[in-house]
Design a protein around this ligand. Structure first.
Ligand code: ARG
Length: 459
């Protein structure tokens, strides 16, 4: 069958597999409402520019109202030549209102500007929803940090017990990372929300179209001001995929911590049944599938980004059909990120903690630094204090006892500057409270972080 949109100079139909290969409707039908909104804005601009009469515009608008309803109710009948959402909508419009008027809609317009417009409009709303979900995750983290401020746990470096910290401090360490993503996301949305409409196939519009008016009608924050760039550009997709990859990387590390903390050997946290699964073979198992999927799906997110870089690298300007390959990864990426945020929030808001196990996991050796700091307060240079404290650790190891079981005499034997008050070094709560400079794990410093995050969420 002859293609009504570009069939004029063609004498032969497409190879059947080529039809399928070329067809983007199975995925870009998702943009039907955006495509229609863009078409109406375009028609209105052409009305104001004298290309369409009032009556013609009214027909176009009515026709699109019907088409939108058909998509919404899943009664739109797709035809073989509907190669994408733009051709499908325009074909249907001409069916409803007649070719005479329907054929005027595309005056000065190209699908190249249409697809970029549709994607940006769709993505803008998706990202705004994702912003809400990201805020939810940060809110839940902050809420727990506030409610569970008294709980102490081991802080790790190299996955080795390092220094005692507040559980809240761990929560906020990730919430802080997420908050940087929130900042970045707000930047990305600004750049996504700019209008390519009125740029034509590449060279611009010859019918004095009012681009500002169209942008305003569609809720864009500004124009893309070079028409060749506007149709060639997929920066808005790249930025989204980069951003999503960065977020997923952080979610993945957060998930990994919780996977470790939830295993029996640690037992710091216990996942709700709603986010765990059992084993078909081993009845005792409760697996953290939700967290493992969060970790796993980050790889998929990076793949979207790497794939699109490979696709677009080396393309000549401006539009090339390769750009159609930016749509599916974007849609899958947005779904993956959106679902992941909601799952992460669900996991965190329903897990229970075992404060006793966290406390029991603290080891006196984690206070070795306190001995060094103690000596510093007595005027000993830190390097020397560190060395002396190292000898305390070595002696405990040598005697086969925990550090807190060494006698005062034994400590004094190592260094005469250890006084009776050295016992204070063995207090975990004190060790934590001493870290009271901004950003530290003392109660006041943690509360300060909570306030910073709350303020950012409110902004
Ligand atoms: N379906 C196409 C895409 O997603 C729309 C643009 C087609 N433009 C063209 N000149 N073939 O990229």
């Amino acid at each position: 069958a002859e293609n009504m949109l570009w069939g004029g100079r063609f004498t032969q139909g497409l190879d059947p597999l080529m039809v399928k290969y070329n067809n983007s409707l199975p995925f870009d039908r998702l943009f039907y409402a955006q495509d229609i909104a863009g078409s109406i804005a375009f028609a209105r601009a052409n009305l104001n520019g004298g290309i369409l009469t009032k009556e013609e515009f009214a027909k176009i608008e009515q026709g699109f109202a019907q088409i939108k309803e058909e998509w919404r109710t899943d009664s739109f009948v797709i035809q073989e030549n509907d190669e994408d959402i733009h051709t499908a909508n325009e074909r249907r419009l001409s069916e409803i209102i007649g070719k005479e008027i329907g054929g005027k809609l595309h005056t000065g317009r190209s699908r190249n500007e249409q697809v970029a417009t549709d994607m940006r409009l769709w993505l803008r709303e998706e990202l705004k929803q994702i912003e809400v979900w990201l805020q939810d995750l940060i809110k839940v983290s902050v809420g727990r940090a506030e409610a569970e401020l008294d709980v102490l746990m081991p802080g790790y470096t190299h996955l080795q017990k390092a220094q005692p910290v507040r559980w809240s401090h761990w929560l906020l360490s990730h919430a802080t990372a997420f908050s940087f993503e929130l900042e970045r996301l707000r930047e990305v949305i600004k750049r996504v929300n700019r209008s390519p409409l009125g740029c034509g196939a590449l060279a611009g519009n010859p019918f004095k179209i009012d681009r500002e008016a169209m942008a305003k009608e569609l809720g864009f924050e500004g124009l893309l001001y070079n028409s060749m760039n506007a149709v060639a550009d997929r920066d808005f997709v790249f930025e989204t995929l980069q951003w999503g990859s960065s977020l997923m990387l952080k979610i993945s590390r957060w998930a990994e911590d919780l996977i470790i903390y939830s295993c029996l050997e640690f037992g710091f946290v216990r996942l709700s049944d709603a986010y765990s699964t059992g084993s078909s073979l081993m009845p005792q198992k409760k697996n953290a599938d939700s967290l493992e999927l969060l970790r796993g799906k980050s790889g998929r997110a990076f793949g979207h980004m790497a794939g699109l870089y490979c696709t677009i690298k080396g393309l000549p300007t401006t539009y090339n059909k390769d750009l159609q390959e930016s749509v599916e990864p974007l849609i899958d990426h947005i779904r993956t990120v959106g679902d992941s945020l909601q799952i992460a929030t669900g996991v965190l808001s329903t897990l229970t903690i075992n404060a006793d196990k966290m406390f029991a996991a603290l080891a006196p050796e984690m206070l070795a630094t306190e001995f060094a700091d103690y000596l510093v307060r007595k005027g000993v240079p830190f390097r020397e204090g560190h060395h002396i404290s190292g000898r305390v650790v070595a002696l405990a190891e040598d005697k086969g006892v925990p550090m807190d079981k060494l006698s005062l005499e034994q400590l004094k034997g190592i260094d005469s500057r250890f006084g009776d008050d050295v016992i204070t070094c063995l207090d975990y709560e004190r060790a934590v409270e001493l870290k009271d400079a901004s950003g530290g794990t003392s109660k006041s410093a943690v509360k300060e972080q909570i306030e910073i995050l709350k303020k950012q969420l409110g902004a």
